[in-house]
Design a protein around this ligand. Sequence first.
Ligand SMILES: [Fe+2]
Ligand SMILES: [Fe+2]
Length: 303
Amino acid sequence: MNPTQSDAVNKPLKSLDEWEDFVVQHYPEPSAESAAKKPAVGVAPDKKQEEFRNYEAEARPTVREFYRLNHTHQTHDFVKAKHREFLGLNRMTMGVWEAAEYLNQLVDDSDPDTDLSQLQHLLQTAEHLRRDGQPRWMVMTGFVHDLGKILCLWGEPQWAVVGDTFVTGCAYSPKIVFPKFFEANPDSTNPVYQTRNGVYEEGCGLDNVLLSWGHDEYIYNVCKDYLPKEGLAMLRYHSFYPWHRESEYGHLLNDKDRALLPWVQKFNPYDLYTKSHTKPDAVALRPYYEDLIREFFPEKIRW
Ligand SMILES: [Fe+2]
Ligand SMILES: [Fe+2]
């Protein structure tokens, strides 16, 4: 494979923001009017069938290609292999602020004048939580939530770092975006994986299922000894839109998941709808965050 072909497979998106912009379009911020009609916070209002078709037609070709690769290659076995490869956390030892600066090297083809750097997105999310008076552990969670994107710096393709996550090893929820791209996934012809429960038991709990692999599962594992369970759920499931926005996979949940869902939903708007072109001043904010980091994390942690 020549470098150009490899780039097409690894980096169909001009920037990771293209995926996030698509998610914002697909799940627009609920207006006050529609929020009043909605039964529960964080649950998408009913959409007509034709609206579901529209998002596919309107998506940028780069985004479509990204989802095609993601849905084709994220198999149950692929996820198991990535857990073995990365969850031993044997790659690096570094502090949390250091990791944020390390991630900030991730520069893609986005417009440097208008797009936010990775560090700026983390600071905007965390600062919005702080302004709203949310607890310090939640501000901390906001600051670290996307640090798992360092996987891109280690050569992982975009489709194995970002994307709306879904459960592997059982039937695909029809609410996952671009469902037809699953036709090319080898799991789609494995009869064991295509029943409602697949390899799982009813009510087994999300701790026991394998979601498609990406930055969420990775950062959850990096942080799992240091943050409260509500913050850890925010990290692990923040891209799990079929669950926290579409209310899918109810048959796999246990009481712990049902108790944590409102926290995951509470976090989502801070991630999706806080992007503004007013860039946070990282130099001025650093002392506050260094202090916050010391409250929750040791000086160095394993990555
Ligand atoms: Fe994320
Ligand atoms: Fe984010």
